[in-house]
Design a protein around this ligand. Structure first.
Ligand SMILES: CC(C)(COP(=O)(O)OP(=O)(O)OC[C@H]1O[C@@H](n2cnc3c(N)ncnc32)[C@H](O)[C@@H]1OP(=O)(O)O)[C@@H](O)C(=O)NCCC(=O)NCCS
Length: 159
């Protein structure tokens, strides 16, 4: 039997669950106010996945202004801050759906590109991002607190 899931925008009442998923899935953990700031600033691209009546994953994106990762210009850029799916709900297409909805929202928000950082050892996430059209742009040395390098991966919406 396939597990049905729905992607929807984050709501403040999801905060505790999203923080719990974040702590269960990633070593990079954020304060409640960090999540809420993103929600207030970018409500359309802070997404959650609901399955079996509960929130089981999230994708928190934002839109930034800065130097483009793909051309010599100042640009509106999407940034995937954090994405995670609870272990027992992985491999069902939830991560991909969360990412696709995030990409669409960032594009609608006027960004021409989107980027993210991912641990070089995180082959599953890197594989997912490549499937979605992200390319490795550069390596950021010792990006993570434990010293691991990050790939900066970028998707250019114009190609
Ligand atoms: C990365 C993550 C969000 C993917 O979520 P998910 O719901 O399992 O992803 P999906 O089921 O949509 O799978 C998408 C793709 O990921 C890859 N993938 C998923 N599970 C995999 C596995 N066990 N082995 C290899 N590749 C896998 C595949 O490329 C898959 O595409 P396919 O189904 O077309 O083959 C999830 O593994 C996770 O929460 N990991 C811990 C947190 C994390 O690393 N976040 C990213 C930080 S940058």
């Amino acid at each position: 039997m396939t597990t049905r899931f729905e992607i929807r925008e984050f709501r403040p009442e999801d905060l505790d669950t999203v923080a719990l998923i974040n702590r269960a899935c990633l070593p990079e953990n954020y304060s409640p106010s960090f999540f809420l700031e993103h929600y207030y600033e970018n409500p359309k691209i802070f997404l959650v996945a609901e399955a079996e009546g509960k929130v089981v994953g999230y994708n928190m994106c934002r839109i930034e202004f800065g130097v483009s990762n793909v051309r010599t210009a100042f640009a509106k850029k999407g940034h995937v801050i954090s994405v995670a799916v609870m272990p027992e709900y992985r491999g069902l297409g939830i991560g991909k759906a969360l990412m696709e909805r995030g990409l669409a929202g960032v594009k609608e928000g006027g960004a021409a590109e989107i980027y993210l950082e991912v641990r070089v050892s995180n082959t599953i996430a890197v594989g997912l991002y490549k499937k979605l059209g992200f390319k490795i742009n550069r390596v950021s040395d010792a990006y993570y607190r434990d010293g691991e390098n990050a790939y900066v991966m970028v998707k250019d919406f114009s190609i």
